[in-house]
Design a protein around this ligand. Structure first.
Ligand code: NAP
Length: 282
């Protein structure tokens, strides 16, 4: 495992384990336990994934010292705003059974995220969290950075060979914000695992297509958080630290970028409506 140093000096693992779309508690508990046993130390959950308790249970059972772990959860849109964010943070902490978070992220750039950010700044200053955002594209990220007391440490955005976030990364670099890739496998869409270009590169290195995809991103400094509910894939996805892609292969993958998301369009009014209407509690 390699680490990247955030602007505040905190070391963040370059690879972690994501738990989106694992709502079944027993399954989530099991796969997080398997991931921790395999060697993952960063676990990425969210209030909206409805599995913070299961993540907390696996963490507790692991016996791994808290300071060796890097635990992330996220504030959902419904809980935006200063007061709501503080309440939602405490609820997430209770569910996870933790007393601090390595990363607390505003999940979507919607609703009263400035109010939320003020709450996160206070939590940050109280030593309860390191703070960040998700899905903040350049104009919103720049605006938040210019108006924040504490600039986000991390911006978690969709990032894989078909959507490489070239422009977004430029803005993040300008403000010293670390990029973290959600959907590093494009959520398994677009036949990514049988893509001929990626499969061709994989054969050369004696690796799987999945390992090439992850290696390409970490090699350009992007934190990845692949999800899998299969033990052998959980292990396979972590086995990316014993080889290096050549410049030529990095450039070949760079040529696969289509420059926009084909999964979720954050620039569309329907997306804003959907995210605002999606409720996780009464
Ligand atoms: P992903 O990691 O890109 O892809 C997961 C898919 O790939 C699953 O169908 C999984 O299948 C499959 N897979 C995993 N490893 C594989 C392998 N070695 N070979 C073949 N197939 C493999 O998708 P994601 O879960 O959406 O993204 C990762 C994490 O990012 C999430 O879990 C979540 O923590 C975070 N995320 C954040 C946001 C946000 O808005 N901030 C949005 C989405 C996701 P199996 O599970 O069946 O193995």
């Amino acid at each position: 495992m390699e680490y990247v140093k955030l602007r505040n000096g905190v070391e963040m693992p370059l690879e972690g384990f994501g738990v989106f779309q694992i709502p079944d508690s027993a399954q989530c508990d099991k796969v997080v336990s398997e991931a921790l046993t395999a060697g993952y130390r960063l676990i990425d959950t969210a209030a909206v994934y409805m599995n913070e308790e299961a993540v907390g249970s696996a963490i507790k059972k692991s016996g791994i010292p808290r300071e060796e772990l890097f635990i992330t959860t996220k504030l959902w849109v419904q809980d935006s705003g200063y007061e709501n964010a503080k309440k939602a943070f405490q609820l997430s902490m209770d569910k996870l059974g933790l007393d601090y978070l390595d990363l607390y992220l505003i999940h979507q750039p919607n609703s009263d995220y400035y109010g939320s950010w003020r709450a996160l700044e206070e939590l940050y200053e109280a030593g309860k969290i390191r703070a960040g955002v998700c899905n903040f594209y350049p104009e919103r990220l720049a605006d938040l950075c210019l108006n924040a007391k504490i600039v986000p440490m991390v911006n978690q955005v969709e990032c894989h060979p078909f959507f490489q976030q070239v422009e977004a990364i430029k803005t993040m670099k300008e403000f010293g914000v670390q990029i973290e890739a959600w959907g590093p496998f494009a959520e398994g869409n677009f036949n990514i695992f049988s893509n001929e270009i990626l499969a061709g590169i994989a054969v050369k290195y004696g690796k799987t297509t999945a390992q090439i995809i992850l290696r390409w991103n970490v090699q350009r400094g992007v934190v990845v958080i692949p999800k899998s509910v299969h033990k052998e894939r959980i292990e396979e996805n972590l086995n990316i630290w014993d080889f290096e892609l050549s410049d030529a292969d990095m450039n070949t993958i760079a040529g696969m970028d289509v420059g926009h998301s084909q999964i979720i369009d954050h620039f569309n009014a329907e997306t804003a409506k959907f995210l605002n209407e999606y409720k996780i509690h009464d």
